[in-house]
Design a protein around this ligand. Structure first.
Ligand code: C5P
Length: 218
């Protein structure tokens, strides 16, 4: 049988990445930050001057991405861009190019290749609906928009970027709206997903909820 996958999907800054890492750590599994692949595509498009409106050109960039994940490092053509891809502007361009079907197609197999024994925790928007539809546990992680903006602002400041809360709120709303309403793999809970609201939970508590759901599957 294919190794198990726990999928964690949800809107921007709902804490998916942190929770995915912590759950993976607790289980000794690998982790896939699928948003990083869309962010890397956006960064590569920006850096090599590709026209972001040209779907096929952007899809070629996605297809040919030279990336490696090494611990905390995210290498694009050998250079660590882990901090760079966290910028809100890169996230916004990622959300634009992620609406293109050919771009999603170009990244599909690359994402599935992360599935290996003993298991994978994958976070994104369509992990449970499109990339790993057979995952035995699917989480849809939500949090109210203010809690998410505050988390994102803190995260950006830690990486040395400035962040204005009102601008962030506006940018996150626009990005979520685009992710929810696009035709290709929109942000939506899988029919068999469990919704977890982390607004009033700590990171530890949220991790515990996911691990308990996993154990309860036996
Ligand atoms: O999760 P993160 O904010 O890093 O994702 C950046 C953007 O990439 C999202 O706004 C979304 O448009 C896109 N994305 C996606 N499918 C995924 C992960 C991310 O479309 N599985």
């Amino acid at each position: 049988a294919a190794p198990p996958v726990i999928t964690i999907d949800g809107p921007t800054a709902s804490g998916k990445g942190t929770i995915a890492h912590r759950v993976a750590q607790a289980l000794g599994w690998s982790v896939l930050d699928s948003g990083a692949l869309y962010r890397l595509t956006a960064l590569a498009v920006q850096q090599n001057g590709t026209n972001p409106d040209d779907e096929m050109a952007v899809a070629r960039v996605a297809q040919e991405l030279d990336v490696a994940f090494q611990g905390e490092q995210v290498l694009l053509e050998g250079r660590d861009v882990a901090a760079l891809i966290r910028q809100e502007q890169v996230g916004n361009l990622a959300s634009r190019v992620a609406a293109y079907g050919p771009v999603r197609q170009a990244l599909l197999e690359r994402q599935r290749a992360f599935r290996m024994a003993p298991g994978l925790v994958a976070d994104g928007r369509d992990m449970g609906t499109v990339v790993f539809p057979d995952a035995p546990l699917k989480i849809f992680l939500v949090a109210d928009v203010r809690a998410r903006a505050e988390r994102r602002s803190k995260q950006l400041k830690e990486k040395g970027f400035s962040a204005n809360l009102a601008d962030l709120l506006e940018s996150m709303r626009a990005r979520d709206e685009r992710d929810r309403t696009r035709a290709n793999a929109p942000l939506v809970a899988a029919a068999d997903a469990r919704t977890v609201d982390s607004s009033s939970l700590t990171i530890d508590e949220t991790v515990r909820v996911v691990l308990d759901l996993w154990s309860s599957l036996g």
